[in-house]
Design a protein around this ligand. Structure first.
Ligand code: SF4
Ligand code: SF4
Length: 168
């Protein structure tokens, strides 16, 4: 369902808004004055159903429950350009990350690619599996390129990673 549909007749939820604010340590969402510098530089703008400054505004108004279940959250590519461009330390990136965390807490639908990346990190220590490369008719892997073998993460890493995932 699109965010526009979800927003129809929606009411702000001040409790959820307070949760987002508590996750934004050092970033003050209320200081956003809608200058649109974040949106004008956003790498993912073509993918986003809502523009970054609009996400900022909706979260500020308390329409957090609608944002949390929207796909719009997961189209940000975390390039941090809005962090650099925001004159008010209120960048949408931090709001979007806080909303994603809340989405996980609320067990909202998380895109499959993100879940796959989490299990991949747990198993191999990397967000993406390493790949073979082709040059002309030849294909190379790490072994044929004489690159060192990548070790799988140890138990300590896996325990800390799982602990970090459980922290709210
Ligand atoms: S988040 Fe920052 S850059 Fe974006 S509209 Fe608000 S003040 Fe401007
Ligand atoms: S971090 Fe996300 S919202 Fe900010 S500029 Fe990059 S893609 Fe856009």
């Amino acid at each position: 369902m699109s965010l526009v549909d979800l927003m129809s007749m929606a009411k702000p939820n001040l409790e959820s808004r307070a949760k987002i604010f508590s996750k934004l340590k050092g970033r003050d969402l209320v200081n956003c004055f809608q200058c649109i510098k974040c949106t004008s530089g956003c790498t993912a703008l073509k993918l986003l159903e809502l523009k970054p400054h609009e996400i900022e505004k909706l979260a500020n108004l308390g329409f957090v429950d609608e944002l949390v279940v929207s796909d719009v959250l997961w189209t940000c590519v975390t390039c941090l350009k809005c962090v650099q461009r925001c004159p008010q330390k209120a960048s949408p990136y931090h709001v979007i990350m806080a909303l994603r965390n809340l989405a996980v807490e609320k067990e909202a639908k998380i895109p499959e690619a993100f879940m796959k990346a989490v299990s991949q990190i747990l198993e191999t220590g990397m967000a993406e599996a390493y790949q073979k490369i082709s040059k002309g008719t030849e294909t190379f892997d790490r072994e044929s390129l004489k690159l060192p073998k990548i070790c799988s993460p140890g138990e300590v890493f896996q325990t800390l990673f799982l602990k970090a995932l459980e922290e709210k």
